[in-house]
Design a protein around this ligand. Structure first.
Ligand code: ASP
Length: 325
């Protein structure tokens, strides 16, 4: 009898907990973007916010908390109330910051709940409009001859542009001068203005500038060419001489640790619905991005993927000897 009462009691607690979240979300949900407005992470989050409105039945707001390569915004979400109303849209930096920053106020994966991977995005190597180099081979000669003076813009330590730049310098066996920004949106403004020389930027933000002929493009960072009008004639860096050069960026959706399972399940199913939205798919594919359709859309699959990426990048970063406090 005692056992039966306990079982009924436990069942009661479980269903009360689920019921308590039955109305979720009953107020706007915020997506924190850890980079500046107008950049690739911001664009992805805003498109996702539009597509999440319908399945969530709520307004979805984007909050840019930029700085320190994405770690400021990530820390903000790690410390937020775990009620599902404050979420993080973050990229590969989720897996690289733990190795790059000696003092990080949050842990990956421990301080987050995983809601599903969103997409994969290729990058391109772009240059300021006044550069004389007409091909990657010319550019390579110019970089090698400059003795480290070429400026390479990035969005801070651990950002996608920083990692891609780090891999690029190691493939060229040369150094460049890094110039960090709070995101690649302000970096792009300076690249177009000629204040910096080069940037490794996600197609998301680079394609409109390439189409508008505002920057020069020297190569794509994926192993295959991208079949979109602006980039289909641009060689891969691997074919252009940096054999096997391959940098792919991915983005995922996260909640603070301790978010109730019922809320995680609702957010995951809203994310799945959003990633089937034809308008979101059209916008992402037009920029060369691939929307995730595999088991990394499951919280467990997403977590496993980030853990594997963390292990892979920690090794690369250790070898490169890059750290920040
Ligand atoms: N995701 C960054 C941004 O949106 C760019 C980067 O990581 O390189 O500005």
């Amino acid at each position: 009898m005692k056992l039966l009462t306990r079982v009924i009691g436990l069942f009661g607690i479980a269903s009360t907990a689920t019921l308590a979240w039955a109305d979720f979300p009953d107020k706007p949900v915020t997506l924190v973007v850890p980079f500046a407005a107008g950049g690739p992470s911001d664009k992805i989050a805003r498109d996702l916010a539009d597509a999440l409105r319908k399945p969530l039945g709520q307004t979805v707001i984007v909050d840019n908390a930029a700085g320190a390569g994405g770690t400021i915004g990530s820390a903000k979400v790690a410390r937020a109330v775990p009620d599902g109303y404050t979420l993080l849209v973050h990229h590969i930096g989720m897996a690289t910051a733990p190795a790059l920053y000696r003092k990080l106020s949050y842990k990956v994966p421990e301080d987050f709940e995983f809601l599903g991977l969103i997409n994969e995005a290729p990058s391109v190597l772009i240059g300021k409009p006044g550069l004389e180099a007409g091909s990657f081979a010319d550019l390579r000669k110019w970089i090698t001859a400059s003795g480290g003076k070429v400026n390479l813009a990035n969005a801070g330590l651990g950002s996608a542009s920083h990692l891609c730049g780090m891999m690029f310098q190691s493939a060229l066996k040369t150094n460049m001068t890094p110039v960090p920004y709070k995101g690649t949106a302000p970096a792009m403004t300076d690249l177009i203005g000629g204040q910096v020389d080069l940037m490794c930027e996600q197609a998301t933000n680079a394609v409109p500038q390439i189409e508008g002929k505002k920057v020069k493009v020297y190569g794509v960072t994926s192993l295959q060419r991208l079949q979109i009008p602006a980039l289909k004639d641009v060689p891969t860096l691997s074919d252009a001489g940096l054999k096997d050069f391959n940098v792919q960026v991915w983005h995922g959706l996260y909640a603070p640790r301790g978010t109730p399972p019922a809320v995680i399940a609702k957010l995951n199913s809203a994310l799945r619905a959003a990633l089937k939205d034809p308008e979101l798919i059209r916008r992402e594919e037009a920029l060369g991005l691939t929307v995730v359709k595999d088991d990394r859309l499951d919280p467990a699959g997403h977590r496993k993927f980030v853990e594997a990426e963390k292990a892979r990048w920690s090794k690369v970063i250790k070898e490169a000897g890059e750290y920040a406090d």
